[in-house]
Design a protein around this ligand. Structure first.
Ligand code: G6P
Length: 613
């Protein structure tokens, strides 16, 4: 959940570390710290609160040295304070650690160390790691060996980076389980380590990614990797093609706003090279989907968390309709503990922007144990969810920095559509003529998204109507039902307005009791097979004095005449309409949150990548 960065080279480390942390602040932002080695001593600066506090502290008391580590924290053990901020030092101050994850057996280890005379200065589990490494280093072993022994004692999932004043020419980095990535970046006479790529992109595109159970020794000139047991392993450098600029805000006030607008490009990118529009063909080679596997599958389970699970809800409808396979959506945190019925004829599709969400990875492990065909739809290349699957689809959206996911919601909608078409073709459930027609429609999707975005200003009045409410209701049916859930999630995440979503048909079974003037209803009513049903839902709401904001299709004159705010969007058939209907809802949430003065990119209590349970 936290961000880690480290540097070893000949330049001053502190500015590089602070710059790297800036790129990772979305991973955690309740405190931050850096440590740099100089003249055989390690100097540490830490501050509670946002990164700018740390920047000021370093300006006030500059740090010298060309080897260092940094951390931006999202608290798990101990309140967000200077004392609990990373880096954490051993008792002597000679060994300093930054860490991402939770030491599940930390109380037991802490007690053991306390009994041997160690005193602790923080409430964190991470300090145990620093003390444990010092304990093992005291036996005269190298730093690498001491880290190896210490990491071997830890339960849970971890990314760890360590420096020592006794061995100032190296950084040790370790990964255990799925607590986020550990990427090593290679420069000329300098090396970098980070939990996420955006921290490295300014410096290099040549990167290597540690697997679980691997420890790296990083020097100015390169790195070597061993397993926890000590076996040397070759971890190749890969060239990453994300542009450093893509991790910047550009002319937008917020990353979220920029990312909403990037959807024209990201949707084009996710189709690029995968679709022959003329012949209606879909190519998904990284999925490793053979005709035999397609015919064998008897059931599909889509598993994910948060926004990704809403993409799964749309995927379920598409796969059932086009490939005629019984499909369901299982929230990853539930699937992992339910002992679900999964066998080798079940395809489990994990959807994850980060590819590092702990619950999603655990659900994938469960599916793997039960012999399922395991696929993932992932944004972060090289992430765990991509690597442990039998096959994957990469979303191709580029880094998503805003905590509230937007472009990483629409890209998997297209990926799932492509998968449903391909399964339909291979299983013979989708006639060629229909396939041609459906695939042809895809081509115009990025342009139609651009059209929705160009109407942004027309949402200002609706945002104004929402900005002072405390509750609201989102309703949708059919393929718009998941969009009601996603729209409500967007609003609650960033504006802190309580927003609830319902399948519109459920309205009369309870939620209608809530409707009055103070409870706006956001209704999704595009021209689709459920349109007439939505009209009657809207009528029932209006009859009770509710304010209605409705997303409808261009040319519809019934809905604008009934509702308080109509948001027309271009027509597209119901299988693809979720990609369009969500656009005004993303913008509405964004505009409302801005009007309320909320911290849009870093909403309170949330983190981009939830690598703990
Ligand atoms: C967190 C984020 C959400 C995201 C969810 C799943 O809750 O704040 O935006 O949808 O995790 O993340 P993933 O990386 O697996 O898509």
């Amino acid at each position: 959940m936290c961000g880690i960065v480290a540097y070893i080279g000949s330049r001053e480390a502190a500015p590089i570390l602070l710059e790297g942390l800036k790129r990772l602040e979305y991973r955690g932002y309740d405190s931050a710290g850096v440590a740099v080695i100089h003249d055989g001593k390690i100097a540490v600066r830490r501050e509670a609160g946002k990164l700018k506090n740390l920047v000021k502290a370093v300006q006030a008391e500059p740090l010298q040295g060309s080897v260092g580590i940094g951390h931006t924290r999202w608290a798990t053990h101990g309140e967000p304070s200077e004392r609990n901020a990373h880096p954490h030092a051993s008792a002597s101050g000679d060994i300093v650690v930054v860490h991402n994850g939770i030491v599940e057996n930390f109380l037991e280890l802490k007690e053991e160390l306390q009994q041997s005379g160690v005193t602790f200065r923080s409430e964190t589990d991470t300090e145990v790691i620093a003390q444990l490494i010092e304990h093992y280093a005291a036996g005269g072993t190298t730093l690498f060996e001491a880290v190896q022994s210490a990491v071997g004692r830890l339960r849970g999932a971890h990314g760890i980076v360590v420096i020592s004043s006794h061995e100032p020419d190296r950084i040790i980095a370790a990964r255990l389980g799925n607590a986020g990535g550990v990427a090593i970046g290679a420069g000329q006479g300098e090396m970098f380590v980070a939990s996420d790529m955006p921290a490295l992109l300014d410096h290099t595109r040549r990167m290597a990614f540690l697997d679980s159970g691997q420890i790296a020794l990083v020097t100015r000139d390169g790195f070597s990797v061993r397993t926890l047991e000590g076996t040397a392993v070759e971890v190749p450098l890969q060239t990453v093609d994300w542009d450093a600029a893509a991790a910047e805000k550009g002319n937008y006030a917020h990353f979220m706003h920029k990312e909403i607008h990037e959807q024209v490009r990201s949707l084009g990118d996710t189709m690029a090279g995968r679709v022959d529009f003329e012949r209606g063909e879909v190519f998904l080679p990284t999925l490793q989907l053979t005709p035999a596997v397609a015919r064998r599958i008897k059931r599909v389970i889509l598993t994910a968390c948060g926004t990704a699970s809403h993409a799964g809800m749309v995927g379920r409808i598409l796969i059932e309709r086009l490939a005629r396979i019984p499909s369901e959506v299982d929230i990853a945190s539930e699937l992992r503990y339910r002992d679900p019925i999964i066998d080798r004829d079940t395809a489990v599709i994990a959807i994850s922007q980060s590819g590092e969400t702990a619950d999603t990875l655990a659900a994938m492990d469960e599916a793997r144990r039960k012999g399922a065909v395991l696929w993932s739809i992932v944004n972060v290349v090289g992430s765990q969810a991509m690597r442990i699957a039998d096959g994957y689809l990469s979303m191709q959206t580029g880094p998503e920095i805003g905590v509230a996911s937007t472009k990483a919601f629409t890209a998997p909608l297209v990926d799932l559509f492509l998968l449903a078409v391909l399964l339909g073709k291979l299983r013979g459930t989708l006639p060629d003529s229909e396939r041609l027609e459906r695939v042809a429609e895809l081509r115009k999707l990025p342009g139609l998204v651009g059209e929705c975005l160009s109407r942004e200003e027309s949402l200002s009045k609706a945002a104004d109507a929402l900005k002072d409410v405390t509750h609201c209701l989102y309703l949708g049916r059919g393929s718009s039902m998941p969009i009601a859930y996603e729209g409500a999630l967007k609003l609650k995440e960033i504006s802190y307005i309580h927003a609830e979503a319902y399948p519109a048909g459920e309205m009369k079974h309870g939620p209608i009791a809530l409707v009055d003037k103070s409870m706006p209803v956001i209704a999704l009513a595009p021209r689709d097979p459920w349109y007439e049903k939505m009209i009657s839902q809207i009528e029932q709401t209006k009859a009770r004095g509710g304010t209605v904001i409705a997303v409808c299709t261009d040319g519809d004159d019934r809905i604008p005449a009934m509702v308080d705010f109509a948001i027309p969007i271009p027509y597209v058939s119901w299988m693809l309409s979720p990609v369009l209907t969500i656009i005004p809802l993303q913008l509405l949430a964004y505009k409302t949150a801005v009007l309320r003065g909320c911290d849009v990119d870093q909403p309170r209590n949330l983190a981009k990548s939830v690598t703990v349970e």
